[in-house]
Ligand binder design. Structure first.
Ligand SMILES: *Cc1c(COP(=O)(O)O)cnc(C)c1O
Length: 385
């Protein structure tokens, strides 16, 4: 089986892990946590980075630091991994779900602008949703598949409506937008170091940004809000710290970020070239405003009813193909959320998306094999109708 996306651990991971064990620095203090924060800041063009226990906890801590309070609404695209909205709920707020643009699969900012104008008013510099009386305190665009959202427009809307801007950059390390670095694009951005992401720590996350005061607060809050050197705490903090063991893996991974991103982009290019003109499918979009990190690659079927058959056929042929994110508004915990007027793009997209093998360690031969099998399985699937 050619796997969908597996970690590439052939660098210094083992050596650095051994250093942790030899020095006994296996827990939440250590050289590699500090090194990861320095290296991640430099890789994303940030003023600083804070390592966290997961992408989800990075999002949660960032929401709290950006002033999202219980009862607030946070603007989120429905086509995302459920962790985005879980973080909003962890902060006591609720997501206000929007559709995505077909050419980026990111938050539809035209819809956001229209709905804000139709449904919200500014009072004392804060945005309120009139019908529910609830404050709208933040916008959380998701850089889907490593495509950045149109962040100049996101910034303009947030400035006009007094919203904090937090990017869910969980799968976007390596992406840039109009020549700007990832960390410049929002007040704070959250990155995931989960096992299926481009750079992994086994599990973990990062908060990056340009504002040191905000980052210091994220650091304080995610490390139990302790005021050193005694056992004094000035807030109800979180234990969201990454361990030195996990950071050791991530440091070794980051050393090869450029190489990993180049490989991800090569995979995307190969699939796009092979599948662009194939009957019955289209390829994943990349908007002109960004250099996508191409986290995952694959195809979009024309006919959703064929997706399960196609995935099964590929799996049977040894290709680790898989369905992709089911939108949040179709998930039980979020079925009663405030929704934008239409979520049609997301509703009609998700069950046609098939992701294909795209590990950074995939060989050219394996890419060619995936292309062959996709072509033949597609034929089978279409004929089986
Ligand atoms: C992976 C992912 C997350 C969650 O990150 P974890 O490290 O698994 O908590 C959140 N949002 C998006 C868009 C993701 O892809």
């Amino acid at each position: 089986m050619i796997p969908l996306a597996v970690p590439n651990l052939s660098g210094n991971e083992r050596k650095y892990l051994n250093e942790c064990i030899d020095t006994t620095f296996v827990s939440s203090v250590g050289e590699f946590v500090d090194r990861l924060e320095t290296d991640a800041a430099s890789a994303t063009g940030a003023a600083g980075a804070v390592a966290t226990s997961a992408g989800t906890t990075a999002l949660h801590a960032a929401l709290v630091v950006l002033g999202v309070r219980p009862g607030d609404l946070v603007i989120v695209p429905t086509f995302t991994f459920i962790a985005s909205t879980n973080a909003v709920r962890h902060a006591g707020a609720d997501p206000w779900l929007f559709d995505v643009s077909p050419n980026s699969w990111c938050l539809d900012l035209e819809q956001v602008r229209n709905e804000l104008e139709k449904n919200c008013r500014i009072r004392n510099g804060q945005c309120y949703h009139v019908a529910t009386g609830r404050r709208v305190s933040a916008m959380m665009p998701v850089h889907t598949l490593g495509n950045t959202c149109d962040m100049d427009e996101a910034r303009t809307i947030c400035d006009e409506w007094g919203l904090a801007l937090l990017a869910d950059a969980a799968c976007a390390i390596g992406a840039t937008y109009r020549g700007k670095s990832l960390a410049e694009l929002a007040d704070l951005s959250a990155i995931s170091l989960n096992g299926n992401k481009t750079i992994t720590a086994g599990g973990g996350g990062l908060v990056v940004g340009m504002d040191r005061a905000l980052l210091d607060e994220v650091h304080h809050l995610t490390t139990t809000a302790r005021v050193w050197p005694d056992y004094d705490f000035d807030r109800v903090g979180f234990n969201y710290r990454l361990t030195n063991l996990q950071a050791a893996v991530a440091v070794a991974q980051l050393e090869r970020l450029d190489q990993f991103i180049a490989r991800k982009r090569k995979v995307r290019k190969s699939y796009d070239k092979a599948f662009r003109d194939l009957q019955g499918v289209s390829v994943f979009p990349i908007p002109s405003w960004c250099e996508s990190s191409c986290w995952f690659s694959g195809v979009v079927l024309e006919d959703a009813s064929r997706t399960p058959v196609f995935v099964r056929a590929l799996n049977g042929a040894g290709v680790g193909a898989k369905a992709f994110w089911k939108p949040v508004h179709l998930q039980a915990p979020y079925s009663n959320c405030l929704n934008a007027e239409s979520l049609a793009i997301s509703t009609n997209l998700w069950n046609r998306v098939v992701t294909l093998p795209c590990s950074t360690g995939i060989t050219d031969e394996e890419i060619a094999e995936v292309i062959d099998k996709v072509t033949s399985c597609l034929q089978q699937t279409m004929n089986g109708r």
